[in-house]
Design a protein around this ligand. Sequence first.
Ligand SMILES: CC(C)(COP(=O)(O)OP(=O)(O)OC[C@H]1O[C@@H](n2cnc3c(N)ncnc32)[C@H](O)[C@@H]1OP(=O)(O)O)[C@@H](O)C(=O)NCCC(=O)NCCS
Length: 283
Amino acid sequence: MGYRIRQMRPSDAVAVVRIANQAFLETARLTSLMGRRFVQRMKGDRDCLFVAESDDGEVVGFVIGSCKGGRATIGWIAVHPGHQGRGIGGMLLEAVEGKAMERGIRVVETGTPFARTFYEKYGYRCVEVRRSMLLELVGREISIPQGLGIRVITLHDLDEVMDLIGDEGEWLRFLDAYFSAYGRDAEKAIVVSSGELVGVAIGETDEVCGELVRLSYLFARDEGRAMDVLSCLVYVASARGCRWFGVELPVKGVTEEELESQGWEDAKLPFLWTRYRMRRELG
Ligand SMILES: CC(C)(COP(=O)(O)OP(=O)(O)OC[C@H]1O[C@@H](n2cnc3c(N)ncnc32)[C@H](O)[C@@H]1OP(=O)(O)O)[C@@H](O)C(=O)NCCC(=O)NCCS
């Protein structure tokens, strides 16, 4: 069977969402997210949006790319499982790369959790690993490290927290996380103390998966106690019956080795995963 690449059209909406669902299987079946992304991109510059069509006119793959600010990006790419391994993914990449070349762009980048080998086959190399780690809380004994106390941060505590954090940039990062958690997740913003303040940590329930809490901010007065501060927040999440706790590294004072020794694993959830940033220089 032969395939050709053509520009994506608004009438491809159902095919694109269906292919995303079929191709990503359990790793990221996000119909609503995909559908909204499709509409958003259709309203803007459509130049780097392509589908692959079989001889009989069936849409079997798509790529959502973009060319902005001197670089091209592959956002999503997927090929229906019944047509994978026939070079269609490569043709879709080539379509975006061709558009980039036309615009004088010489760098294409993407972030991928699953398809590193696919990109490597087509000349991309990994330039950065953004590791995420996950702890499954169900069935695990989780306790507050000895000698530490936890309390939820209220607005009245903020002066004390500001004294703990000190640095202005760091303080603004804290406030950003604090106020974004404030509405939905107030109980997941905690101070940890043992007489004096040891640190603060903030977690947020994932937007898509209500069973996943992600670390959004952590600060420990002494970096050597960062892991204890994290453990306190994990305790809060587990007391609320959440299933998973995730962190995107790096987190100051928290090492991969330490996490691994406490049962944390590489994240491979549909909502949280280790990402590989891939880059290809064109021309
Ligand atoms: C990744 C994907 C787009 C490749 O499409 P394709 O048409 O099968 O790609 P090609 O035929 O051009 O290239 C196949 C190569 O990709 C790699 N590959 C194939 N399936 C793969 C998968 N599920 N995951 C990672 N790499 C894969 C292999 O290196 C393969 O080479 P080989 O045939 O020599 O072994 C397709 O497998 C897919 O839709 N996967 C699920 C969605 C996904 O992971 N998208 C990208 C991440 S955002």
